[in-house]
Each structure stands twice: as C-alpha cells, then as structure tokens.
Design a protein around this ligand. Structure first.
Ligand SMILES: Cc1cc2nc3c(=O)[nH]c(=O)nc-3n(C[C@H](O)[C@H](O)[C@H](O)COP(=O)(O)O)c2cc1C
Length: 411
C-alpha cells in the first residue's frame, strides 16, 4: 500500500483498500465510518492491532518483564496525577507548540526508539519517519531497528534522532556515529537501562526466539494473520539492518551460537558516556534515567537532556513508575527532561509536562497504530493525541503548555 500524504480522519473507512482491516477490525463496516468514529482512542487501535499481527509479534510488542507489575504501575501512577479544572476562562485555542533541544516543534510528543519495528508492520520505520516528518515531530531510530539510517534518510525530516545501543568495538562505534550523522540524524540518544537482557517471559511463552526463527509453531500463528503475512512475504523477514555492515568484521570474535546483536555492549559505564559526549557534535541525550542524582551527574558530563524511562516495564519489575520519580529528577537537574513509559493519550502528556517533563515520547502506541491502520496509523494516532491535548487544555484553561496547573495526587 502506498503511503498516504493526508490523514483520513474524516474519510469513510469503507474507502480503505485494505480489505483485511475491514474483516479484522470493522464489524459495522458497511456504514460510512471515519477513523475518528471507529478508532477514537489508542485503546481502539490497540485492540485492532492485536487482531492483525501474529501472537509472537503481539507478545514482543505488548509485553513487559516478570509479572508486569512495573508496566501496570506506570498506568496506575499516571491515573493518580490530578490536574484541577478551571472555569470562566473565556474562549481560546490552546497553543501546543514547544521548543526542545534547539528545535521549534508543533507538538510536545515524539516517537521513541523501538527495536525491530518492521516486525510489527512491513516498512514500519519508513512509515514512522514519514509521519514524523509530515507532523514535524522527532522520530528516534533504534540501533536494532529493521531499517538502517541510510534506508530512511530520504524521508527523514529535520528531527531525526538516532538511538544507540553501544557497540563494544570503538571502530564500529565511530562508524555508527558517522553513518547516523551522514544520514541526517541530528540528536544522539544513548540507552542505559538495558545493562543485561531481561527475561520477558510472555515472549518466551509465545515461541519467540532471539534472533526470530520461523518454527512450525510461529508459522501456525502467522497463518492466522494474512495481511501481516502478505506484507512480510513481499518485504522478506525483517532483521537488524544496521548491524549487517559489521557482521563479517566481528564474526571471528563472536561465540559460535551468537548472532550479530552480540556486537553491542549492553552495559556501558560513565566513561563511555564521556567518550560519546566528546565524539558526537550535537544534542546528546541519555535514556533510562530514574534517579535525580544520576541526572545531576549526567549534567556534569555535558549531556544535553535526560530521558526518564523504565523502558515501558520491559526491563525490571521492581522499578518505580516513571511519573512517580519525575518530580525529584526535575528538582535535581536544570537539564531538559524527556518522559516516557505508559503514555496513552493527551491527558497523560499533560500530566507528565505538569510534573516536570519538557517533552514526551511514546513507543508502543505508534506500533499499535501501524499494525491497526498500516501507513495511515501514525497520523491518526497523532490526531488522537492532539485532539485530546486540546480538549483537556480547554478544561484546564491552559492557553499554552507553559501554563499548566501544578499536579496533585488523586486517591
Ligand atoms: C517492542 C519495543 C521495543 C523497544 N526497543 C527499544 C530500543 O531498541 N531502544 C530503546 O532505547 N528503547 C526501546 N524500547 C523502549 C521505548 O523506547 C520506550 O522507552 C517505551 O516503549 C516507552 O513506553 P511506552 O511504550 O509505554 O510508550 C522498546 C519498547 C518496545 C515496546
């Protein structure tokens, strides 16, 4: 399906060429329905996505680790952040613009890095980058995405960010930075909350291996999802494209059963941060910060922003909800703060901004949208988030994102 240039929030769903979407996600499909009517919230996209992608892919995208207490905590803690509505503030159109890391942005949210995006929907990285470019928001490409930086450079806007899982080898490290820079990525993000692999039991139960191998069990799951299967048949099984270039160089040093992902060193240290700071000319962000004193130390090393995240509950099941640690991190540093983990709508974005964040990212949500609506999904999700921001800012009497009320704790 060719990428659309216009979101179809108001066009009839019946005009969709993707017949399988109509079968899997549209019960009342014969009447003229719009995306807005059929998918008014992220939860609608999520439900549809689950019916459109194979079970092992769904488990990869949706799961946390352990009993998923951290994932649940992210949600319940966000629900406890209260904002007092205001009355008699007159009519106004809320200003959703913000300025972040030197860029003037039309919206206060962006796309977080997600490894193997292309497993969720063929060409996911290209569609996400295109949508981000249209919207003028940041798109963060993961080191372990199924597109390499060069693959999407022609659709990348001015706000392409590159997320690094740090390579062990200095030569590879320098080369990755060079490739990201040459492909037009402006901002470097180092992820530090994956010191070791987490167990993600749901993924294991679904039969998913690393790297993914299409066993008879997985093929049976694929057979139940024809639209996904057709897309993959056309594009080929996705893999970590950026690492292709280094596979041969490193083969000699790898254990026999290791795949190319072992090139990456999962647990960098403070010196590594210092090294990267010196090596990258441009905004440098550290992702996975949960403590004020770490933010303070990172500020001392010359980092440009910290990214408060618990990796959506995928790494450690006793981690605090990110919204609960945000105020302390705000007090500890004057750096700009990016926030993620558990954001599901415009109201959540306002909760994070009111609690001290300067910018908000979403990971899974964009992929639910892609799996549900294909290339048109990300634009529709952005439309949902924007509408929700406007509606809730109206209730708060907040004319801009700089005039949000102080949050309080709800029971
Ligand atoms: C399927 C999946 C893969 C992810 N892969 C990466 C990755 O490659 N690099 C990274 O820094 N974070 C990764 N993350 C974490 C996201 O960048 C982000 O922190 C998280 O998804 C935000 O929470 P949310 O999904 O509730 O919005 C991944 C998250 C998911 C769900």
């Amino acid at each position: 399906m060719a990428p659309s240039t216009q979101p179809r929030h108001a066009s009839p769903l019946t005009s969709l060429s993707d017949a399988s979407l109509q079968r899997s996600c549209g019960r009342a499909i014969r009447c003229a329905m719009t995306y807005d009517a059929r998918f008014p919230a992220l939860s609608d996209l999520k439900n549809c996505a689950e019916r459109r992608i194979p079970k092992f892919v769904w488990e990869y995208l949706d799961s946390g680790t352990g009993s998923e207490a951290t994932k649940a905590r992210n949600r319940s803690a966000l629900d406890k952040v209260g904002l007092m509505p205001s009355i008699l503030h007159g009519e106004f159109t809320p200003d959703l613009t913000t300025s972040f890391l030197g860029a003037d942005l039309p919206l206060p949210f962006g796309i977080a890095p997600v490894g193997m995006s292309g497993l969720m929907w063929p060409d996911a990285e290209r569609y996400l980058a295109q949508s981000a470019n249209r919207l003028g928001i940041p798109y963060t490409l993961s080191t372990v995405a199924t597109a390499a930086p060069e693959d999407i450079q022609n659709v990348l806007g001015e706000n392409g960010w590159f997320q690094m899982y740090p390579p062990r080898d200095e030569g590879i490290r320098r080369d990755m930075l060079k490739r990201a820079r040459a492909s037009g990525f402006t901002t470097l993000v180092l992820t530090v909350d994956v010191p070791v692999a987490s167990r993600r039991e749901r993924q294991t139960r679904s039969g998913l291996t690393n790297p993914p191998r299409l066993t008879p069990r997985l093929l049976a799951q694929v057979a139940l999802r024809p639209a996904w299967a057709l897309g993959m048949a056309h594009r080929g099984m996705p893999h970590m494209r950026m690492l292709d270039a280094y596979a041969n160089a490193a083969t000699n040093n790898l254990p026999v059963n290791a795949h190319v992902g072992y090139l990456l060193r999962t647990s960098p240290d403070w010196d590594y941060v210092k090294w990267l700071r010196d090596a990258w000319q441009g905004p440098f962000v550290v992702k996975g910060v949960l403590r004020g004193k770490d933010a303070e130390r990172l500020q001392g090393l010359g980092v440009d922003a910290v990214w408060v995240s618990n990796h959506a509950g995928r790494q450690f099941d006793a981690a605090p909800a990110t919204i609960d640690v945000l105020p302390a991190i705000r007090r500890a540093t004057t750096l700009p703060i990016i926030f993620d983990s558990g954001i599901e709508g415009g109201l959540d974005i306002l909760r994070a901004l009111a609690s001290g964040a300067n910018f908000v990212m979403l990971g899974r949500a964009w992929h639910y949208a892609l799996a549900a609506l294909g290339p048109e999904g990300p634009d529709h999700l952005a439309h949902i988030l924007k509408s929700d921001l406007i509606a809730n800012m109206g209730q708060l009497g907040a004319r801009s994102l700089r005039t949000l009320p102080k949050p309080f704790k709800l029971d």
